[in-house]
Design a protein around this ligand. Structure first.
Ligand code: NAD
Length: 340
């Protein structure tokens, strides 16, 4: 028999519901026949006792070596001296693109129109640069940093993905009518990149109008590219259209390394109760499978999930059901086996 390919991938179980949802994803990948040698490393609040830091060096080294990681949500301890671990990870590894596919194909949506869009959010600058000052009592200033380099590479990531996945349209989202210099530069950069992809239609839309259009006519969007702040807000809006945080996956991608993780946080209110919805993490793992060239296994998991959700059995409480995480996973694995 042919020897099975074994992938070495870093796993950060994370805090709160992280260990529950990442272990669910591991079971699902194994059921789909993908053999992964997981390298388990720590990060987040749970890493402090053992390592004295929320982001140990060996965690960064493992991700750099394996180039691919699956990650549970991390809790950033509240208090002095702790920076957001997620922001640190993105900066250290230069993960400049946050990619979120938003699809109604799972059938959990309030919308009557089909939604199948992919958001490319710039991940390194804008108002998230953290440059805030109190310039006088009662007067504060926050700097919005927009560079040609970061705007061009997020635009290229979006168009390149659109080309590879045979998508037809890219929308650039902005407020250049007000922020003529910063958002103006962002738009200039996206326009230049758009010219290199003549087969893909290109449109620009002002962010407030984008918010309304996305609620009223989400089917007009295909690939959407935005700066950091607009991307944060519009992608949560989009997640709300298809079933909420429990079902939307994500990836943080750079030129060297990619980390796959759900959009939601560590959900301390339900941690340890065995009722977390693992679907967002399973779909993030699915994006990871496509990234490493295991598209067939990803297709099978996706198809199984659609079958599983159509029955409306074994749903976790956030989806209106009463099932535990394990019951959901067992139900899904049954469908995966059926599709063999
Ligand atoms: P959260 O996403 O953890 O929770 C918001 C609400 O959604 C909660 O009621 C929670 O129970 C529910 N929820 C979230 N995921 C769910 C799931 N898979 N199944 C069922 N219900 C789910 O947001 P929060 O409460 O604002 O943040 C909690 C912690 O998570 C904070 O420390 C925050 O910094 C961290 N966080 C981490 C990440 C990340 O690691 N990428 C992202 C966001 C927040």
């Amino acid at each position: 028999a042919q020897k099975e390919k074994v992938y070495q991938i870093t796993l950060i179980p994370g805090d709160g519901i992280g260990p529950e949802v990442t272990s669910a994803a591991r079971k699902v990948l194994a059921a789909a026949g993908v053999v992964i040698d997981w390298e388990m490393v720590d990060a987040g609040a749970g890493a402090i006792n053992k390592h004295g830091t929320t982001l140990p060096d060996e965690t960064i080294e493992s991700i750099r070596k394996n180039k691919v990681a699956l990650k549970g949500p991390l809790t950033t301890p509240i208090g002095e001296g702790f920076k957001s671990v997620n922001v640190q990870l993105r900066k250290t590894l230069d993960l400049y693109a946050n990619i979120r596919p938003v699809r109604s194909a799972l059938g959990i949506t309030f919308q009557h129109k089909p939604i199948d869009l992919v958001i490319f959010r710039e991940n390194t600058e804008d108002l998230y640069a953290g440059l805030e000052y109190e310039i006088a009592p009662g007067v504060t200033q926050s700097l919005k940093i927009i560079t040609e380099k970061a705007s061009t590479r997020i635009a290229r990531a979006a168009f390149e993905w659109a080309r590879q996945n045979k998508r037809k349209m890219v929308h650039a989202v902005h407020k250049a009518n007000i922020m003529k210099k910063s958002d103006g530069l962002f738009l200039d950069c996206v326009r230049k990149v758009a010219k290199e992809y003549p087969e893909i239609a290109y449109k620009e839309i002002i962010v407030d109008n984008c918010a309304m259009q996305m609620v009223m006519r989400p089917d007009q969007f295909d690939v959407v590219v935005l700066g950091n702040l607009y991307g944060d807000i519009i992608s949560d809006l989009a997640a709300g259209l298809v079933g909420g945080l429990g079902v939307v996956p994500g990836a943080n991608i750079g030129d060297e390394v990619a980390i796959f993780e759900s959009v939601h946080g560590s959900a301390p209110d339900i941690a340890g109760k065995g009722v977390a919805n693992p679907i967002a993490t399973i779909l993030s793992a699915n994006m990871m499978l496509r990234h490493i060239g295991e598209g067939k296994a990803a297709d099978r998991i996706q198809a199984a999930l659609v079958l599983f959700l159509a029955e409306r059995k074994h749903l976790t409480p956030d989806l209106g059901g009463r099932a535990t995480t394990d019951e959901l996973v067992d139900g899904l694995i049954e469908k995966i086996k059926m599709l063999r």
